[in-house]
Design a protein. Sequence first.
Length: 268
Amino acid sequence: MTTTQPKPYRIVLEGIDGVGKSTLVRALRDGLEPERSVLTETMAPVTLDLFRAYGRDVHGAPQAYWSAVSRRTKTQVFLTEGVVRAAYLADAYGAYDVVLHDRWWQTFQAYSEPEDFDDRCAFLRDALPDVDLVLYLRGDVEACAARLVADDDWLVREVGADSIVAFLQRLQDRYDALFADHPDTAVVDAGVGGPDAVAEAVLAEICRRLPASRGAAERPSVPTRFAHPDPRDVVAVLLQDPVTNDREFFDYLRSRFPDHRQGPVEKL
C-alpha cells in the first residue's frame, strides 16, 4: 500500500522591499518551532545563482544579469524554479509541518510590466503548489525606502537613491491591485507597534488557522539543511521554452549544463 506524505501548511509573506518580511519570517519560525517543524524558504536560490554566474562569466559582474536579461525571462525563470522545486522535493517538504515562503509569485508579477507577465508566466504561476495563507505586509513606503538606503541595499544601487521611493510606491500599488479581494489573504499593517507587536499579532492569527500538530513523536525527522533542486533539473525545464530575445542567456545555460536532464516536470 502506498502512503502519501502529509502536506505542509504553506504560508506566504509578500510586500515591498524593506517592509520587514525577512524579519517577520524569522520571528514566526522562532514562535512556531517549539511545537512544529518549520522550513523557511526564499524562491529561486538556484536560478539566482545561475543568473549571477551568467552575469559574471559573460558580462563581467554578477549583478550584470539584472540589465542583461529581460524582465520577462527573469520572471519565467524564477517561477520555473518554484514549480521544479515542488515537484522534485515533494517528499522533503512532507517532513515539515509549516513552510514559510519569503515571497511568492506575486513578487514577480508586481516587478513585471503587464506585457511581461504573459501566458507562459500565468501557466507557471498556476502550476505552483497551493498555499494556505498569504500575509501581505503593507508598510509606509518612505520608511521602507529609508531602511534600504541605510542598508545600501542592492535595489537602491540599481534604481538610484533619488528614485527608490517612487519605485517602491509603484510596487506597492501593484501589490494592492494583486491582493484586492484575493482569497486566503490577510493584510498586515507592518507599521503599527513595531516588529515585535506585528509578529505577535501575526503568530496568533496563524496559530488560530493551523491544523492540529502531528506531535513531536510522530513528526518525521527534519534534514538540517533543506536540499535545493539540482540545477540540471531546472535548466531542463527552462530550455523547453526559451525566450528568443534572451538567447545569449539560454545559450550560456546550454554550454554550462550540456547534460541537462528531463524529470517529473517534463510536461512543462
